[in-house]
Each structure stands twice: as structure tokens, then as C-alpha cells.
Design a protein around this ligand. Structure first.
Ligand code: SF4
Ligand code: SF4
Length: 380
């Protein structure tokens, strides 16, 4: 039997949500076209109209209990065909940002999404951490400097990276746990029985494979795409970024755990270096593709880009490019330039990671996790 729920109505909800995205659902006249046209909406997951109704009624709890904004693939079809230009797809993205700001354990996410000045301030203040460390711990490189790690010991970089990864992972874990609690409580209130452990395990593999490794829901959004559309479209760009980032993580872990440089210059043909270089190319390609689409506004889904979206994309691009510049200086035996490039590269990666739990980066974890819940509850 479904549990009863006291609904709390907040008349300021729509105003608060508007800080998270460019939409105008005040213009919506409830025609339902967006839900009818959405390729991912179904009888068990009806969106985006239902989510818009929750916002119009001031039902914050209902929004946070819904996995729907994570099931949306931001294809933009609903916005393209909305007769009132209410931008329902932008509303779905705003709902995601709103949810991330509610699930994360500090107000940082809300402040980052709603204030560009705060974003810049946060980045400037946090940048002082690596800059201070560089100043305090670096080994001055001399003309005899043999490789990039003469500037900062390789082990120090790796241990700092692990510490950073654990801190970021903890923040994301808290957020995901809160999301899980809200969504599953919403499912129970709707009368749905919780799945057993067997069902959770059964749905884990298809979720990881389909939603993260090949991101097949994105392909469902486009009817019969041509090969060229596939290779230049959102799906391909997202895939290259995902695999590029994963490849860079793996190559960094291998370098640390299996084949450390031990102070030697690593040849370009070294397998770990090759993996890192190929992954850097993928990351840079996908990021540039998305930036071009957003600059040219070539798709409905690229019409509106928040400042934080640009920050994320620029940091991703700089992470890839600074890695290549670093390699070039290292091979050119230019110690001073190598040291500067390494400092810049580490600073960019630090900012990318420290912002990860609070910005668009977070969707890489929240989205597959929400889809896993929806699968386990047989909503999709
Ligand atoms: S298509 Fe536009 S006007 Fe119609 S319900 Fe959706 S958002 Fe509202
Ligand atoms: S953006 Fe695409 S997937 Fe998302 S609600 Fe609109 S039509 Fe559906």
C-alpha cells in the first residue's frame, strides 16, 4: 500500500529554479506536446511536462524525488517543438543543477550555479592551494634538469592527486547517497515495492555498459542518424570526452602504480605514454566539438550555455592542451618552460577536480546512478 505524504508547497520555487537555467515555463499552456514528442518519455516515466507541473505547483520535494531530469538526454526536441517557446529541455537541465545543489553537502554548488562572481572567487581562492604548494615544495630546476618531475617530485603529485580524488569522491558519494534516499523514498510513496539485491546487481552491468560506456540513450534521441551526424554530434563528442578522461585516469594510475618514470624521460612509444597521448587527443577533440556547437548554437540543446558550463569546458580543454604543451617542452629539453607548463597543467587539473562535485562534471556520476535506480525499480 502506498504511504501517505504531506506535500509542502513553496510559492518561491519557480523563482529559485530560474537561477539555475534559461527557461520560461510561465509561458507553458499545458498542451503536453513536449511529453508526446520526447523520445525517452514512456508510460512509466512521463516527462518533461510532469516535472514542469511540479515546479509550477511549488512542489520541491516531488522534483527532488524524481529521477526524470536524469533520464532526459537534453536532445532539445521538446524545446524545438514547444508552441510557447517555454524551453522545457532547459527546464530539465535547470532541475538537474537544482538537484545537484540540494544533494551536495555544502551551499557551494548553489552559489556556483547562481553567481558567476562567486564561481570566479571560488576558483581564485582554491587556486591558492596548489600555488602555495608549488612555492613551498618545489625543487628548483637547473640546466641539468632531466625531466619534468625535477620541478615537483612525481610521488608528491600522485599522492596529492589521490588525496584530492578521495575528497572529491567523498563529496560525490554523499550527494549520490542523498539522491538515492530521495528518489527511492519517492518511489515507495508512489506505491512501488523496493527491488531486492538481485535486481540491483542485475541492473548494474547494463547501466554501466549502456549509460556510461556507450551512452546508448543518447542515440535513441536521434532518429536514423547518418554516419557523419554520429561522428560529429553530441553523442560522439560525449563519448570521446568520457573515454579520453577515463584513458587519462588509467594512464596516470599505471604510471604511478606499475611503471613509474624513476626520473627518466619516457619515450613517446612507451605504451602508457601512448595511452595518455591518445586519451588526451580524444578529450580535446570532444571538448572542442562541444564548444564549437555551443558557440555556433548549431543545435537546440546548445542555444543556452551557462557560465559554469563554459568554465567546465574551458578547464577540460586546457587540461588536454596543457598536457601536450608539457610533453613538447619536456622532449625539447627546456627545463624552465617544462616547469611552467607542469605548474599550469597541475593547476588546471586541480580546478577541474575541485569543481567536479558542484558543477556540470557531477552529472557523469549522478546520471548513471539515477538511471540505475530507475532500472532497478523497472521504470525504464
Ligand atoms: S510543449 Fe511547451 S507549452 Fe506545451 S506543455 Fe510542453 S512546455 Fe508547456
Ligand atoms: S530534451 Fe529530449 S529527452 Fe529531454 S525531455 Fe526534451 S525531448 Fe525528452
Amino acid at each position: 500500500m502506498a504511504q501517505t505524504q504531506t506535500l509542502q508547497v513553496d510559492p518561491t520555487l519557480m523563482k529559485r529554479l530560474k537561477k539555475f537555467g534559461a527557461f520560461d515555463v510561465g509561458a507553458c499552456f499545458d498542451c503536453g506536446n513536449c511529453t508526446a514528442i520526447c523520445p525517452l518519455s514512456s508510460t512509466s516515466t512521463v516527462f518533461p511536462r510532469k516535472m514542469i507541473s511540479y515546479a509550477q505547483l511549488g512542489l520541491e520535494g516531488k522534483i527532488l524525488e524524481s529521477p526524470d531530469m536524469w533520464l532526459c538526454d537534453y536532445c532539445g526536441e521538446c524545446s524545438r517543438t514547444c508552441p510557447r517557446q517555454a524551453e522545457p529541455s532547459e527546464f530539465m537541465m535547470a532541475a538537474r543543477r537544482f538537484a545537484v545543489s540540494k544533494y551536495t553537502p555544502t551551499p557551494i554548488s548553489r552559489m556556483i550555479f547562481s553567481s558567476n562572481a562567486f564561481t570566479l572567487l571560488f576558483m581564485s581562492v582554491t587556486a591558492l592551494i596548489p600555488i602555495g604548494l608549488f612555492a613551498a615544495l618545489t625543487i628548483p630546476s637547473g640546466p641539468q634538469s632531466a625531466n619534468m618531475f625535477s620541478f615537483i617530485p612525481e610521488d608528491l603529485i600522485h599522492y596529492a592527486g589521490i588525496g584530492m580524488g578521495l575528497a572529491v569522491g567523498l563529496a560525490v558519494l554523499i550527494g549520490v547517497t542523498r539522491m538515492h534516499r530521495r528518489i527511492t523514498s519517492g518511489m515507495r510513496l508512489a506505491g512501488q515495492k523496493g527491488p531486492g539485491l538481485k535486481e540491483w546487481v542485475k541492473q548494474l552491468v547494463p547501466t554501466v555498459f549502456k549509460e556510461s560506456l556507450v551512452q546508448s540513450r543518447s542515440k535513441e534521441c536521434k532518429t536514423n542518424p547518418t554516419l557523419s551526424e554520429r561522428l560529429t554530434g553530441r553523442w560522439f563528442n560525449h563519448m570521446t570526452i568520457f573515454w579520453g578522461f577515463l584513458g587519462l585516469l588509467v594512464s596516470t594510475a599505471l604510471r604511478f602504480l606499475v611503471v613509474p618514470t624513476n626520473g627518466n624521460v619516457v619515450p613517446l612509444t612507451d605504451p602508457v605514454r601512448l595511452l595518455g597521448t591518445a586519451s588526451g587527443i580524444l578529450l580535446t577533440y570532444g571538448t572542442l566539438g562541444i564548444m564549437v556547437a555551443r558557440l555556433t548554437k548549431s543545435e537546440v540543446s546548445t542555444k543556452h550555455t551557462l557560465f559554469t558550463d563554459w568554465v567546465f569546458l574551458v578547464l577540460l580543454l586546457l587540461a588536454g592542451l596543457s598536457g601536450f604543451v608539457l610533453e613538447a617542452f619536456d622532449y625539447g629539453s627546456m627545463p624552465w618552460l617544462t616547469d611552467s607548463a607542469l605548474a599550469a597543467h597541475l593547476l588546471v587539473v586541480f580546478e577541474l577536480l575541485i569543481l567536479a562535485p558542484f558543477t556540470k562534471f557531477a552529472h557523469a556520476i549522478y546520471r548513471p546512478f539515477a538511471i540505475w535506480i530507475a532500472r532497478a525499480y523497472q521504470r525504464i
